[in-house]
Design a protein around this ligand. Structure first.
Ligand code: AMP
Length: 602
């Protein structure tokens, strides 16, 4: 397959700001791809070479990519760098440099997708001493044969700057349209994706074996399953109502979610975003590898930092010490953790995800009681749980959990299977919401920024934040936040956001405000606010409560916490904000009516 076919569609994708057009373009590209390349083209569209969990990073330094461009075009490095600065985009710089190429290459080989992919794969895999020179050589080799517009996308890919705005869900839609003739089949594809976290694999199975083969896809050890997620409700009563009057209340611990796969002594740990974070937790690896009762396991749990003397849970921030490349052994000693399991998805050839919660919990309890009896000092335990059937017991248990350092409770439907990749009411999170005003935090996506003035000149003065709406896969703005930032935060945001700067608003962002700078929706931050109000400026839940108005946060403030365990799509949703707004109204009315009655008594 000629690489130019892919490149032409990429060019059109970049030019569109409509999601339906984007889907059509993906469908066209998928249909013109030979079967044996379908997975590779899927990964390339997503700016990757493999499923995300394999952790194969392209991202070579701009400087190195520019050097290859300079060698291949015969244009001085300084001039090439100037082009980059002037165009503000490495791809465009490549296109310009290659079209001004000094030595015209007479006999060029046409670039194929196979060749581009395998060369990029080699570039990504090369490590160690001397690898830089070899990488540059590989890149030059490609650029020498590339048309200028092909060079543009090669450089965007290798520097991890290809941003076509394609969400996983858009790709699933497109696959269903391209190969099953009906968008309705997307559910089948989505199930397979949730079990494998690999869109390339789903595409390959679909084109070779059709829908039946996709239906037969199963979970596998060492391939992460997309996590089940929780909803919020306004009260313990509502939660009970949704769960048939009885449910399990588990402690909601404030740590990092781990999905742990084990076969004999081999253990791998995936984060909530399905990155391989085995290296962060050598102690958890040992503890799980040491479980002799089961050869094969997939379990989920929360790693929580603890105070070794008192055995009390410590806040999430303490886990940050684990995210380092070096000195992890010291970090392990200094910042010990406990591993609190809350689910089991697989054990010795038996899939557990379709079993009801109660049965999974029983299997997990059996396993853990064995672990505890065989090793009394084990760091592995099961999350505390209480069966509840009235609001009072939920509130009491919540109080106990919070007193012990938890965030609140996780209520779980006794009959629900493990719904991979789904957010639903089978799990409901209840956090502290008893304080006045909005005590709950929101996790919002940074989609834009405004330049700072005065002390903040050269930094961002405020960030434009958005919530996520799953139905149309779009981010809707909900506030501008400019408080709560320390000087380090300002610095950090500037560096952290710069790889995601876009020329114009992202296709999946809906905003009435015009930001000075737009970003690809990637970074999620935590904010608090005094309340949610109606606002004509923001698009979150526009026209839902009142015509012409959306919902906005009043007095938003950054809490200092960057939620890098969350993808943009895991941000607080528009629906959640609507229900928080409604809940807040109820509370206000209650307070007003109480105040009213007090007035009358007086
Ligand atoms: P949130 O990040 O606020 O959407 O809350 C969901 C997260 O709570 C999960 O991804 C887990 O990391 C965490 N969590 C803590 N305790 C539990 C529990 N008992 N069951 C499930 N998730 C839990």
């Amino acid at each position: 397959m000629d690489y130019s076919i892919v490149v032409d569609v990429f060019n059109e994708m970049e030019a569109t700001s409509k999601r339906t057009e984007l889907t059509d373009l993906i469908v066209r590209l998928l249909k013109s791809t030979p079967k044996e390349l379908i997975d590779k083209v899927v990964y390339l569209m997503l700016g990757r070479l493999k499923p995300e969990y394999e952790g194969i990073e392209l991202g070579i330094a701009d400087k190195m990519a520019l050097r290859a461009l300079s060698i291949s075009s015969g244009i001085d490095m300084k001039k090439v760098e100037e082009m980059y600065v002037r165009r503000g985009d490495i791809g465009e710089a490549a296109e310009e440099a290659l079209s001004k190429r000094l030595q015209s290459v007479l006999f060029k080989d046409r670039l194929t997708v196979e060749r581009v992919y395998s060369t990029l794969e080699k570039v990504a895999m090369l490590k160690g001493e001397g690898s830089q020179d070899v990488k540059i050589r590989y890149l030059c080799n490609l650029l020498n044969d590339a048309e200028p517009r092909e060079g543009k996308y090669i450089l965007k890919m290798v520097t991890a700057k290809l941003r076509l705005g394609i969400a996983d869900y858009t790709l699933l839609d497109a696959l269903a349209i391209a190969f099953t003739e009906s968008k309705e089949n997307r559910e089948v594809l989505e199930r397979a994706y949730n079990l494998t976290s690999d869109l390339g694999l789903v595409a390959r199975v679909l084109v070779y074996g059709g829908l039946d083969a996709v239906k037969a896809i199963r979970m596998e050890l060492f391939r992460p399953i997309r996590p089940m997620l929780a909803e919020r409700v306004s009260s313990a009563e509502e939660a009970l109502g949704r769960m048939g009057g009885r449910c399990a209340a588990e402690y909601k611990l404030d740590g990092e979610r781990l999905q742990i796969h084990k076969h004999d002594d081999t253990v791998k740990i995936f984060s909530r975003r399905l990155e391989d974070i085995t290296n962060h937790y050598p102690d958890a690896v040992d503890a799980i590898a040491g479980i002799r009762r089961a050869r094969d396991l997939i379990v989920e749990g929360e790693a929580v930092a603890i105070n070794q003397d008192t055995q009390e849970y410590l806040p999430f921030q303490e886990l940050m010490h684990r995210r380092r490349k070096y000195g992890i052994e010291e970090a392990m000693k200094e910042y010990p953790i406990t591993l609190n399991l809350f689910d089991i998805l697989y054990i010795d050839g038996k899939e557990c995800i379709d079993l009801p919660y109660m049965e999974r919990r029983r299997i997990l309890e059996d396993l853990i009681s064995d672990v505890e009896s065989s090793n009394s000092s084990s760091m592995v335990s099961i999350v505390p749980m209480l069966m509840v059937s009235d609001a009072k017991s939920i509130e009491d248990y919540m109080f106990k959990a919070i007193n012990e350092g938890c965030e609140g409770l996780m209520l779980k439907d006794l009959n629900s299977p493990y719904r991979a990749g789904a957010r639903g009411y089978a799990w409901i999170k209840l956090k502290r919401e008893y304080r006045s005003e909005l005590a709950d935090t929101l996790d919002l996506v940074v989609v834009g920024a405004f330049h700072g003035r005065g002390r903040r000149t050269g930094r961002y003065g405020a960030l434009l934040l958005a919530s996520y709406n799953r139905e149309d896969d779009t981010f809707y703005t909900v506030c501008k936040v400019g408080t709560g930032f320390t000087d380090e935060d300002l610095e950090r945001f500037h560096t952290m956001l710069s790889p995601y700067i876009l020329k114009h608003r992202h296709v999946r962002v809906n905003s009435r405000l015009d930001a000075d700078v737009w970003f690809e929706p990637k970074i999620v931050i935590e904010v608090i606010a005094s309340e949610i109000t109606l606002s004509p400026l923001h698009t979150c839940a526009l026209n839902v409560i009142r015509e012409g108005n959306g919902l906005a946060l009043r007095f938003p403030k950054f809490t200092g916490r960057i939620r890098d365990d969350k993808n943009a799509e895991d941000a607080t949703s528009v629906d959640e904000i609507v229900s928080m707004y409604r809940r807040q109204l109820k509370v206000t009315r209650q307070v007003q009516s109480n105040e009213g009655s007090a007035d009358r008594i007086e």
